[in-house]
Every structure is written in structure tokens, then in C-alpha cells.
Design a protein around this ligand. Structure first.
Ligand code: PRT
Ligand code: ZN
Length: 226
């Protein structure tokens, strides 16, 4: 059964923004894998640490289900899915173990360029498009603003032009995408970067020892970078 697994299993993004830096960082920790072409599973050679290559959105759930022990994922994804569990009364099943210093971005509220921004109260009664409805609702509650959250899985930034929403809440790094859509960021909901995610409780047994070894090497590698 999964509880007796004697190899550590780490989930990383198969392709996308975090895929390459995640592999580079794990290599810097002395891990390597047999070349396995297009496979989703990479068997670790130098240590009993295997990789699973997946969609970033699947990583928190894989940790919650103990299919994987650890994962490299954006804090934004981890926080949204943790919030989803909270909202449905489920206990936390994963948490951030380390911030990794790459994949920096922020989840930001953005409004049309033409708006004279006066503060969060301006969003009252407005429709806001986002792929992060839980984090947005929590922010609105903190600010005491009652707005309509429109959940979209992608192309959030064109929602205002399509008349689907008045404002957006989306990830921003350079800001070029917002600008190209005549939007401007006005408030930050979450500062994000890639993180090492793991279970709420420490791992035990062989996998606990492997995780400890990996963390020591990771901390060393991160220190060299910073
Ligand atoms: O296929 P899979 O589901 O695994 O990938 P994905 O398409 O969901 O994720 P991906 O690779 O786009 O992003 C993975 C993670 O990278 C995100 O969860 C963030 O933690 C982090 N990250 C860092 C970003 C950005 N920067 C970013 N700029 N994720 C997305 N963007 C998008 C943003 O949504 C917007 O469309 O880039 C656009 C804005 O960029 P700027 O530079 O124009 O502001
Ligand atoms: Zn994704």
C-alpha cells in the first residue's frame, strides 16, 4: 500500500513556467533520472526519489491523496485549493514547506484603464472575472466589499472587453498582458512564487528521512542562489 512506499515521490509541472526551474533545482540537489522520453514518471537514479510530471493544478490533490509526497507548485494554486477545502469544510491536507525564489508573480485586481481608482469600495456591485474565486472572495470579505465573482478557467483578461465582467483578478508578472487589454493593476490579493508543498504533518520512516535530506540540500542550493 501507499503508506509503505519506500521511495520519495515528487510532483512537478510537466510543461509550463515552473517545469524547467523545478528540474534545475532538483538537479542542483543531486537528483537525476533515467531519460524516459515522454513518460510521466521518472525513476530516480542517484537516490530513491522519483518524479511525477503533471498539470500544476493536480499537484495539491496528489499530495492530499498521498499519491505524491512533495510537489513544486505556485503558491497561488496551493492557496486557492487550500481555500476550496476550507470553504467546503474539509481539513487542510497540504501546506507550503519552502519558498523557492522562482516563478514570482502576484494575483492582482485590475480595472479598465479609464477608471479613476478610489479604492476597493469601487468594486461594490461589480462583476470580477477570475480563475481564483476563493482567494478573490476572501479578499473581498476582508475589504468588506460585496461584488459578483465570475469564475473563468482562462482568458480572464479579455472578460471586460467581452462584457462578461467589469474588472479582473489575475496573475501578473510584467504587467504587459493587462496593459495590452487596457487594464491596470490596482490591488494585490496574493504575492506568489513557486513553493515546495508537502503534507501538513512531517513524513515518517524512510520517506521522512529522504525528505529531510532533500530539504537540507534544497536549503543549501537556495542559499547559494540568494
Ligand atoms: O499546463 P498546466 O496547468 O500545468 O500549466 P498552467 O498553464 O496552468 O500554468 P503556467 O505554466 O502558465 O503557470 C504556472 C505558474 O507559474 C502559475 O501558477 C504561477 O504560480 C506562475 N507564474 C508566474 C505565472 C506567471 N508568472 C504569469 N505571468 N502564471 C501565469 N502567468 C500569466 C498570467 O496569467 C497572464 O496571463 O501570464 C500572463 C501575465 O503575464 P505578464 O508578464 O504579461 O504580466
Ligand atoms: Zn494549470
Amino acid at each position: 500500500g501507499r503508506a509503505e512506499r519506500e521511495r520519495l515521490r515528487i510532483a512537478i509541472q510537466k510543461s509550463g513556467r515552473l517545469a524547467e526551474p523545478a528540474r534545475t533545482l532538483l538537479s542542483a540537489c543531486g537528483l537525476d533520472w533515467r531519460v524516459q522520453g515522454d513518460r510521466l514518471f521518472c525513476h530516480g537514479e542517484s537516490l530513491p526519489v522519483d518524479l511525477l510530471l503533471v498539470r500544476d493544478d493536480d499537484i495539491p490533490g496528489l499530495i492530499a491523496d498521498q499519491v505524491c509526497d512533495l510537489g513544486f507548485v505556485g503558491r497561488n494554486v496551493l492557496a486557492e485549493q487550500d481555500g476550496e477545502r476550507r470553504a467546503s469544510g474539509q481539513p487542510s491536507a497540504f501546506r507550503e514547506w519552502r519558498a523557492l525564489g522562482f516563478g514570482a508573480c502576484r494575483l492582482a485586481l485590475a480595472v479598465p484603464d479609464g477608471w479613476q481608482w478610489t479604492g476597493p469600495g469601487q468594486l461594490a456591485g461589480r462583476r470580477i472575472a477570475t480563475s481564483y474565486p476563493v482567494l478573490l472572495r476572501e479578499w473581498l470579505a476582508r475589504e468588506g466589499v460585496d461584488a459578483d465573482v465570475v469564475r473563468l478557467s482562462g482568458s480572464v483578461e479579455i472578460a471586460p472587453r467581452l462584457g462578461q465582467a467589469d474588472a479582473v483578478c489575475d496573475l501578473v508578472s510584467s504587467g504587459a498582458t493587462l496593459a495590452a487589454n487596457q487594464l491596470k493593476p490596482v490591488a494585490t490579493v496574493l504575492e506568489s512564487e513557486a513553493v515546495l508543498a508537502g503534507p501538513v504533518e512531517p513524513l515518517e520512516g524512510v520517506r521522512g528521512e529522504l525528505a529531510g535530506l532533500l530539504l537540507r540540500r534544497l536549503d543549501g542550493a537556495l542559499q547559494v542562489r540568494n
